[in-house]
Design a protein around this ligand. Structure first.
Ligand code: GLN
Length: 548
């Protein structure tokens, strides 16, 4: 039988519930427990796949092709295990299930209501992963903030489960904010008290309160929070701002979050945590020997969460290379042939990110051209790979008007075209080519060297593809198509052999990079950037000598 940990949030959004949940899961996993994390989101979209990144950050795709909340990315990066569709549930999905059942007549004669029908469906899904027998502990994170109208049914479901399950099978953790008022020179506990009160009014009392704070909590403050929120003092956990999210598990270990949680679940004398790999990663992360500057070319760069997995993959790959990766955000909309040199010349590598639609794409193509012509390490992801193909067609193969039919339906050279199976699809939700597909690598190609194997599997999220009508022209023209889907022949990887490092991939490698398994393309890209940086330095030195 699995045990259940629920994580709710109060006072403010963006306090890092996902990181706290992932950190706790990491600690429990390090003590030998089989753990998974799921996220329940109170919005009506059936999944976040139809949300603009400005609304909700990156859409994270799982192996089984679910479009999910970006917190699932944290779960995978921390735990080094896969999540699936079952790990992310929204209000929309709950209602969709209940309404479909109603139409089939499953509740014939009954009035279908939030309680019990919606709450029953929430409870069923909350227990679903635990019932598989694969996990000892299931952590459920509830999106949103306590007090929001839309999160009420989720809290009610937790209340009912706490009543239904044995007392030592559940524990509720509430994450809040303890603001510091500069004028009063004081940390304030009142918002936390109010938030816990609201949660209690909804029928759920937290056993643990994790307090997000900029300053250390004194024993007095902890005592006050404990007394007014009705928890044990040891269950008031300080979560002070950390330099990196990867330090949070260690901070939670020091605060004994896992031990207190296990105690409530009646798991006494747990094994000691084995965090050797994690600590080795932190050691390398915190002691870089060099710095590289990587340009991230995208159109959502104002919002860091839009490229979350890419940024995290850089951190993993930087640690392997013992190098700090400084990401320079470059807005693709503002890159022009006139200013590209000025914008990109100081960089050691260029990553052109994924995206949809026309906005900013000419800037991306201009950036690819600059990287190709100047020997700047280049890594294109999804739309970034498609832009590399278009750039090559236009500037090397002489197809001046080559384009993707996503941007120009009437292009005379649709080198990127809508996939055949997509042509009959009109619904937008969950209909892209999603999830893991195999890819066979060309022997002796850069991709083959990077992966060190011939068959790989990576995750996808796209509707357009390399148009195989142009296959020979590209090959004859010098572009190596080094990865293909073994069944459909869909081109997955393009590369340029006469370039220090130039690779574009149709899939999303960033989704599979974890602390313990940094993604090999990111690792080699950063390594190429390190070489580029050191050559640049030598060049600068030589020029300086000449000038002397
Ligand atoms: N818009 C492109 C497509 O659908 C690329 C998608 C992406 O970058 N994820 O094929």
């Amino acid at each position: 039988m699995a045990k259940y940990v629920f994580v709710t949030g109060g006072v403010s959004s963006s306090l890092g519930k996902g990181i706290i949940a992932a950190s706790l899961a990491k600690l429990l996993q390090s003590r030998g427990y089989r753990v998974t994390i799921q996220k329940f989101d109170p919005y009506i979209n059936v999944d976040p796949g139809t949300l603009n990144p400005y609304e909700h950050g990156e859409c994270y795709v799982t192996e089984d092709g679910a479009e999910t909340d970006l917190d699932l990315g944290h779960y995978e990066r921390f735990l080094n295990t896969f999540t699936s569709q079952a790990n992310n549930v929204t209000t929309g999905r709950i209602y969709q299930t209940v309404i479909n059942k109603e139409r089939k007549g499953a509740y014939l004669g009954k009035t279908v209501q939030v309680v019990p029908h919606i709450t029953n469906e929430i409870k069923r899904r909350m227990l679903e992963l635990g019932n598989t027998g694969k996990y000892d502990i299931v952590i459920t994170e509830i999106g949103g903030t306590i007090g929001d109208i839309e999160s009420l049914p989720f809290v009610e479901a937790i209340r009912q489960l706490q009543w239904e399950l044995p007392e030592d099978d559940t524990v509720v953790i509430h994450l809040t904010l303890i603001p510091y008022l500069k004028a009063a020179k004081e940390l304030k506990t009142k918002p936390t008290q109010h938030s816990v009160k609201m949660l209690s009014q909804e029928g759920v009392s937290p056993y643990i309160i994790v307090c997000r704070t900029e300053r250390p909590l004194s024993p007095d403050i902890k005592r006050k929070i404990a007394q007014f929120c009705n928890v044990k003092q040891e269950a008031v956990i300080e979560s002070i701002d950390m330099a990196t999210i990867y330090e949070v598990p260690m901070a939670m270990l020091r605060e004994k979050l896992d031990i207190i949680c296990l105690k409530k679940l009646n798991i006494i004398n747990p094994p000691e945590p084995d965090l050797v790999k994690w600590e080795a990663f932190l050691e390398r992360l915190n002691h870089p020997k060099s710095v590289v500057r990587i340009g991230l070319i995208g159109k959502y760069i104002e919002l860091q969460d839009a490229y979350k997995s890419i940024l995290e993959a850089f951190i993993h790959a930087g640690a392997v290379n013992e190098c700090k990766v400084e990401v320079v955000n470059v807005h693709s909309e503002y890159i022009t042939p006139e200013n590209v040199e000025e914008k990109l010349s100081g960089l050691d590598g260029l990553l052109v990110a994924s995206g949809f639609g026309l906005r900013g794409i000419e800037g991306k193509i201009t950036a690819v051209k600059y990287a190709r012509e100047n020997g700047l390490p280049f890594f294109g992801i999804c739309l970034g790979m498609q832009m590399a193909v278009i750039e090559y067609a236009r500037n090397i193969l002489g197809k001046k008007c080559a384009n993707s039919t996503e941007m120009d339906e009437k292009t005379p050279d649709p080198v990127i075209d809508l996939m055949e199976e997509q042509k009959v699809i009109s619904d937008k939700g969950g209909t892209m080519r999603l999830g893991a597909y195999d890819c066979a690598l060309l022997p002796d190609s850069l991709a083959h060297k990077i992966y060190g194997q011939e068959l790989i599997s990576e995750r996808h999220r796209h509707r357009w593809e390399f148009n195989n009508k142009y296959l020979e022209e590209f090959q004859n023209g010098g572009m190596v198509l080094s990865g293909k889907n073994p069944k459909s022949g869909l081109v997955e990887i393009v590369e340029l052999p006469d370039h220090p490092f130039f690779i574009g991939v149709q899939y999303h490698p960033e989704l599979k990079s974890t602390v313990e398994n940094p993604h090999p393309i990111f690792v080699q890209f950063i390594s190429a950037a390190v070489s580029h940086a050191s050559t640049n330095k030598v060049d600068e030195k030589n020029t300086a000598n000449v000038n002397d």
